[in-house]
Design a protein around this ligand. Structure first.
Ligand code: CS2
Length: 501
């Protein structure tokens, strides 16, 4: 007999004793935060910190209203509504221990495509003090090569001509800020929670570019009134699987969409807010004046490390990040990439020992219970790699540093995009907004060995650098002449004799 309890506000007290749940009065909590993009990461990170904040400080000001912009968000909208916006965060420790914690900080959810006006009103409401975003690296709508806002996007064009019925995050933010200004209300803070260097500055630049085109006065007001704190966000959050849902059910909780994550979590935020902020520092967040070194460290070591394993591992036939780390070749290759290519172009990070940080990363990646699929890591590589990896290559080229390992990742990405199968001939599940363009460029490799890296919207003018062009051509040429990627990786590591000497 199934005795699992269906997750809802009224059933919280019946949950198994080991499950933690919100004991604060959720009915009293107002939505001080409106969050756009309620994916797994938001639910394991900002919503988790905020749940702890509500539980420990008794604050009623800082609940979260989730927003989904697109039709594709209907499933999360329906699930959360059915469950009174509650969900289980399943924290998986490396030793096999599992902690199930019901999160209560999301108190409402709105699907913007059903009612754009209601969403604009919500964001313009006096209670809303922060609009936070996890819209993915690609969501900022900039051309990676120029760094400028991409006005050719048809949804952006739509929003410029239909400011009251927006589709994009830029349309919503400007419509809501305009309404606040008209009502004499203070601006909200716009807080990015995506893996982009200077994510706040980037958001500011994009929002202002859009606003300027729409209403120059409003753009001026936004420039002076809205704060865009930069932040480094971190918690590995794999895609929830059916098995995760079933295991939770066996543990006594029926939850249609729990979130799974690792125990580690970090949030470093610049302390600049337009209209107040939660005391997240009381629940583990760190406020600093300048987040730059923390962000760069995380993006160039953790995220880049993921991409290194993701692309090389996919080609080789690994399925998960922990599977890669269990393979000594991949673990050694990753550590060498971090030490020899990524670290030399990083600035020192206050209070952080980089060697220990890298040790911890390898341990986190190796967590055998967090089965982080390589398909998730390789998702939208075209918007991730310029920030995660290509910047390291460019900086090393400028300083005469090493670029071989990162170049191999780009060569692997080319082969992966061209063939769509791994080196054992098994199909790869490639999801990328630029999938067709990537494939077409990669397919030109036989005629022009640099065809893939000549895509300037991703690589800038990297192909014109002779050191890079020579290294990449050799590596991609080897791959196309059926060289095994594992062998190429092995060749980049010191031999036993060199290690001993
Ligand atoms: C991953 C990130 O998307 C990716 O490629 O590297 O989602 C990563 O797991 C998170 O940034 C961890 O904080």
């Amino acid at each position: 007999m199934n005795t699992a309890i269906t997750l809802q506000q009224a059933s919280l007290t019946q949950l198994p004793a080991e499950v933690t749940y919100p004991s604060y009065d959720r009915s009293q909590v107002k939505a001080g935060i409106v969050h756009i993009g309620v994916g797994g990461f938001h639910r394991s990170h900002e919503a988790f910190y905020t749940d702890q904040l509500l539980a420990t400080t008794g604050s009623t000001e800082w609940g979260i209203c989730g927003i989904g912009l697109r039709e594709g968000d209907r499933k999360i909208a329906d699930v959360l509504k059915q469950q009174d916006y509650l969900y289980t965060l399943v924290v998986k420790h490396p030793d096999g221990k599992i902690e199930n914690r019901v999160i209560g900080s999301i108190i409402d959810f709105m699907l913007a495509c059903d009612n754009p006006t209601a969403v604009i009103h919500k964001m313009a409401h006096v209670d809303t003090k922060i609009v936070s975003l996890t819209i993915t690296e690609g969501g900022y709508n900039f051309n990676p090569a120029t760094g400028e806002f991409d006005f050719t996007n048809p949804d952006v064009q739509h929003d410029l001509t239909h400011p009251d019925q927006p589709k994009t995050v830029f349309g919503y933010l400007t419509a809501a800020l305009k309404a606040r200004r008209a009502a004499g209300l203070p601006a909200f803070t716009i807080q990015s929670c995506d893996n982009i260097q200077h994510n706040g500055n980037m958001t500011r630049k994009m929002v202002l570019a859009f606003a300027q085109q729409q209403d120059a006065d409003l753009a001026q007001w936004i420039a002076t009134e809205v704060r865009f704190p930069n932040a480094m966000v971190d918690r590995i959050t794999p895609v929830t699987t059916l098995a995760d849902i079933q295991t939770l059910e066996e543990q006594g909780v029926t939850d249609a969409w729990p979130v799974v994550c690792e125990p580690f979590t970090q949030w470093v935020i610049e302390d600049t807010f337009s209209n107040g902020r939660p005391v997240w520092e009381e629940v583990g967040a760190q406020f600093v004046d300048d987040v730059t070194p923390y962000e760069t460290m995380k993006i160039r070591l953790l995220n880049a490390g993921h991409s290194v394993l993701g692309l090389l591992g996919s080609l080789h036939g690994h399925e998960t990040i922990d599977g890669c780390i269990a393979d000594p070749l991949f673990a050694t290759f990753l550590r060498q990439f971090m030490d020899v290519e990524a670290t030399p172009v990083l600035d020192p990070v206050p209070g952080i020992n980089l060697d220990q940080y890298k040790d911890t990363l390898i341990e986190r990646f190796g967590n055998p219970n967090v089965k982080d699929n390589l398909a998730r890591i390789c998702l939208e590589s075209s918007s991730k790699l310029p920030k995660f990896l290509i910047s390291t290559i460019t900086e090393n080229l400028a300083k005469g540093g090493r670029i071989e390992q990162a170049s191999l990742v780009l060569a692997a990405w080319c082969y992966y995009s061209d063939k769509g199968v791994n080196q054992a001939g098994e199909p790869l599940d490639i999801v990328d907004e630029m999938k067709v363009a990537l494939h077409n460029a990669a397919a030109g490799t036989q005629e022009d060995i640099l065809a893939f890296v000549k895509q300037s919207s991703i690589f800038g003018d990297l192909a014109n650098n002779t050191v890079f062009a020579e290294t990449y051509s050799r590596l991609v040429g080897e791959l196309y002449s059926q060289r095994n990627v594992a062998q190429q990786m092995q060749n980049m590591l010191p031999t036993e004799a060199q290690r001993i000497a």
